[in-house]
Design a protein around this ligand. Sequence first.
Ligand SMILES: [Zn+2]
Length: 490
Amino acid sequence: MKRVLSLIALVALIVIATILVRTLTFGSSQNQKIDKSVVNVDKARVTRLMSESIAFETVSTGNAETQSYEAFEQFVAWVSASYPEVHTNIELLKIADHTLLFKWQGKNSELQPILLTGHYDVVPVVPGTEDDWNYPPYSGKVADGYVWGRGAMDDKSAVVVMLEAATLLVNDGFDPERTIYFSFGHDEEIGGPQGAKGVTDYLRSQGVQLEWSLDEGSFIGKDIFPRIAQPVASVNVAEKGSVTFDLIARAKGGHSSMPEQEVAIDILANAVTNLRNRPVAGALEGVSLEMIDGIARSGPFVLRLLAANKWLFGGVLEKQLSSSPTGNALIRTTTAPTLLRSGVKTNVIAPTATATVNFRLHPRDTPDDIENHIISAINDDRVTVKLHGEGMSSLASSVSSRTSDGYKSITKVVQQVFGDEIVIVPGITIAGTDTKHYSKVADNSYRFQYMMVTPEDIGGFHGTNERVSIENLVNGTAAYYLLLKDVASR
Ligand SMILES: [Zn+2]
């Protein structure tokens, strides 16, 4: 007995020692020291222009019949009037409806061009929520250190600071070696079917293959990751795809006074419940793993201990991630029932009931994999599974390089503007961006905005009280200025 006990003690000791050694050698994320750079940004001017840009109600309604483009035309005219230096020195190509494609010709045709992009269409303000806004959503009110309004973060601020950076560079007499494209989309919020797709088709027709592109899709999060004191810049190297399926349950209809044991609505309700109870398999691997490890390295001891010992705690970590909506979205294809319809009258049992379920595809899954998953999770042949909408699905993107010159430049500028203490990690964009199009003509595609975002700001994305801090406008301008100088002068 004594020998057994001492054997157990020995094994426990070895396990503890292994855990500790792995934790202590896991390392901490130390950025290479880079000095902060100072760029002379005209704070009052960028604030005013940001505020003005919000007043144009460039709303993508998603309804082709009622969509008006009057505000879009006004916005385009405003860009010409507000950024004369850009218009004089950089060629404007109007090749995709209201999307603006600027081409700043480089001197060295040997160098591959790059593309910086954003979009100026916005999502609607949900009717009935107007009064929840501290300031009217299209007022562009400047107050409390912020510019308020729809599009302040998503994504007019990107357009404004890029144009501002280009203006500064023109005024400095900057003449790029490398060709730079700027594309400002007008229909990103409905998938970029004309704008980003049109630009992509055009670039392809011109034989342009970009070295890299940079779009929205991530930011620097402050106080967003639990127990991480430093701000985290997640420079996203991939983007999830999307596929939607209809689940159609069929059963006998009839008078509601004599229901069968199960009617179509019951069958569908069970099918949806079964599907939700069986999430698509996920795993902490690839880019998500690099991201979590990168963050954990700057985290408290217990987090480093978990991350350094996935051989033992991998399951705990995955469970922990799965319990939060964002963490869950990072490691697997998500399942979201979004539409439900059945029935015509209170006393009639409907013979069919349909649920629409949207899946955001992780790079490891295809639409076919998901269809098979649904059929097996539901396990009921009274329910038909059908792809919803032709041509509406998109695969997850490929994963871009984390060692390319582009990635290095983008991340170096984070430090130059926001300081050395920022934790920089690669990540994956869990929603869709226009880059699903642009990436077709780019060797690498990155999704990251030079903007510091707090938990308070987050609710503004597609929600109420969207706002951008004036500090972000100044830093954003400085960042694109430094980035362009860095990548286009060689
Ligand atoms: Zn956006």
